[in-house]
Design a protein around this ligand. Structure first.
Ligand code: HEC
Ligand code: HEC
Length: 238
């Protein structure tokens, strides 16, 4: 099994080198979302069939990296379990168009998403959304750091024009409206990496810098604390 997985992942890596150029090319053309265009795309999202999504998760080998139920077996890949369907759907659209192209890991996804129809995307999104969010990791921050991070999440920082994360992502990181993702239980390594990518501008698929504008104003230390904080959160049952 392990050997098969290595072969699959190796194959995808090799394949992704081939499409890397295509993805870069697509990225040059991939148009950034306007709020109106995104609203239209989400309103037009096909009705997802979670049962078919489960089959696709295995057939398209998503499971080899994100797990059978969206719980990634390694710390290196993001969990997708319990994620909002609109977010998963938008990410797959963005990987397919090349708008999300934040490095070699995103290229794996550019390759996979290239062969998916919008119906496939909606089905997989419905399957992940039907799963519980990842179980929380034990809270690991010292009490004073936790309190400071909690204040940043719930009150933001007016001096740096940082809106409270909770205003958009929910009080417990359960996710918000439309494509605003759940963060509770997310793999801290994936969380840190993606926040750094928003911060340095390599992840730029968010509409109107809706997320990057906050990441840019956070220190690396704050990002690490936020990752540990969210990994330990328990979102209310859906
Ligand atoms: C070879 C490993 C691999 C395979 C196979 C794979 N993924 Fe991914 N996936 C990743 C990695 C790595 C990332 C993070 C990429 C980045 O940083 O942009 C990711 C990101 C994602 C995201 C965005 C998660 C987030 O929190 O932003 C979604 C959604 C996703 N994958 C769905 C899928 C689906 C659906 C499939 C199957 C059709 C699939 N993946 C197959 C490795 C993989
Ligand atoms: C105004 C609303 C808003 C605020 C405030 C906000 N976010 Fe976000 N966040 C979003 C949206 C929308 C996305 C998805 C953007 C996209 O399309 O890539 C997102 C994406 C993310 C992601 C990527 C999740 C993944 O699985 O890849 C992380 C991590 C994140 N936000 C953390 C935070 C933190 C931490 C804060 C507070 C410092 C915060 N956000 C404040 C709206 C917001």
């Amino acid at each position: 099994m392990k050997k098969t997985l290595t072969l699959i992942v190796g194959g995808l890596l090799a394949a992704s080198l081939g499409v890397a150029q295509a993805a870069d090319h697509a990225a040059a053309k991939a148009e950034a979302w306007t709020p109106g265009a995104l609203q239209k795309a989400l309103a037009g999202m096909p009705k997802g069939d979670a049962t078919r999504g489960k089959t696709l998760n295995t057939q398209l080998m998503c499971a080899s990296c994100h797990g059978d139920v969206g719980l990634a077996p390694t710390h290196n890949w993001p969990h997708t379990a319990g994620q909002r369907a609109e977010y998963t759907y938008k990410m797959l659209l963005d990987y397919k168009s090349g708008l999300r192209n934040d490095g070699e890991r995103a290229r794996l996804m550019n390759t996979v998403a290239a062969i998916m129809s919008e119906q496939d995307m909606a089905d997989v999104a419905a399957y992940y959304a039907a799963q519980p969010l990842p179980a929380p990791l034990p809270q690991s921050l010292p009490a004073d750091v936790y309190a400071k991070t909690d204040a940043l999440v719930r009150q933001g920082d007016p001096t740096r024009l940082i809106t409270p994360c909770a205003a958009c992502h929910g009080l417990h990181g359960q996710g918000g409206f439309n494509e605003t993702p759940a963060l509770a239980g997310q793999n801290p390594q994936a969380f840190i990496r993606t926040m750094q990518a928003y911060k340095d501008g390599s992840r730029h698929n968010d509409t109107n810098k809706g997320m990057a504008q906050f990441a840019e104003r956070l220190t690396n230390e704050e990002i690490e604390h936020l990752a540990a904080y969210y990994a330990s959160q328990v979102a209310p049952a859906k």
